[in-house]
Design a protein around this ligand. Sequence first.
Ligand SMILES: Cc1cc2nc3c(=O)[nH]c(=O)nc-3n(C[C@H](O)[C@H](O)[C@H](O)COP(=O)(O)O)c2cc1C
Length: 374
Amino acid sequence: MENKSGEGKQHIPLLSPYEMGNFQLSHRVVLAPLTRQRSYGNVPQPHTILYYSQRTTKGGLLIAEGCGISDTAHGYKDTSGIWTYEQVEAWKPVVSAVHAKGGIFFCQLWHTGRVSSKDFQPNGQAPISCTDKPSKPLICSDVRDVAQFPPPRRLRTDEIPQIVNDFRLAARNAIETGFDGVEIHGAHGYLIDQFMKDQVNDRTDQYGGSLENRCRFALEIVEVVVNEIGGDRVGIRLSPFADYMDSGDSNPSALGLYMAESLNKYGIAYCHMVEPRMKTLGEKVECPESLIPMRKAFKGTFIVAGGYDRGDGNKAVLEDRADLVAYGRMFIANPDLPRRFELDAPLNKYNMETFYTSDPVVGYTDYPFLETTI
Ligand SMILES: Cc1cc2nc3c(=O)[nH]c(=O)nc-3n(C[C@H](O)[C@H](O)[C@H](O)COP(=O)(O)O)c2cc1C
């Protein structure tokens, strides 16, 4: 098959096969984790089966939306979870549908920490964090449900192992559900990132202060999850350069590099990093920083995300700056994104207005496939 520019599939870097540990990927176009807020009452719904199935290709890697690991993990309405029996059962048909089409499916494990409010917490309690400083009110127009954040409750040192253990149990649930692996959500200003970033973490115990101490929580989670399900089934997502939810760091390059190096000892499947150019969730700003030092330091599969299109995704793979490229907004709007990249076909435009609305169809499963548009 040739595309419109006459390149065969084998000459399109994004469409070349890749071996990620035991997983044989047929191409490198990954579905990024995407919260869609259509899991009513935190339980995935039948419409989610179609949504993921539409985005599945044989040998393609999909990362599911962030799934809460416990009843304190949520910060938004109708986000999915993976800590109850009901949630596990409801995910099963979604995973089966992805597997039926030959996809490889990882579940993103999420705790929002202080990016939550009493409305989402058991008994209306304060959300938990590494700190008791609240995040500044949200100024991001495309995230709707939480505008103001109450002061969180600072976790006591002796409570931290329980949260680490919640990640382990959620990972076990994900495997029980049938997921091929889990991605630990260490990005975007949520709980793990709150611990890592020096502009949030003001602890004085062994989880605060030095870079090593701030990364301890993340690495303890990696360790227990690896011990529970095996390193080949574990990935982590990090965004050292982003300061979403008021979570900046004074030296993001050192943080990213320390994590990339430290992760090597756990033999995990992949490290997934968000590009420094994603200064805000919705905008790409060119900047001098780069993920190349982390790419070089990390020995496993390196996934990049953030503002990629077909051209620079191909370039990143060709220049060995990444093994795989995750696509978010383009994949929302183009369920057949890998096929469109193969053919260099035009893309549907995404509609931000329906990213987080709760309709089971509109803006979710009604984006047209190429076959139906030409
Ligand atoms: C609607 C929406 C939901 C998102 N949900 C998540 C999420 O659950 N977990 C996560 O790590 N990132 C999430 N992100 C970030 C995306 O995974 C991705 O990194 C971001 O959209 C930048 O990539 P893009 O330029 O290809 O869209 C979300 C982004 C959008 C637009």
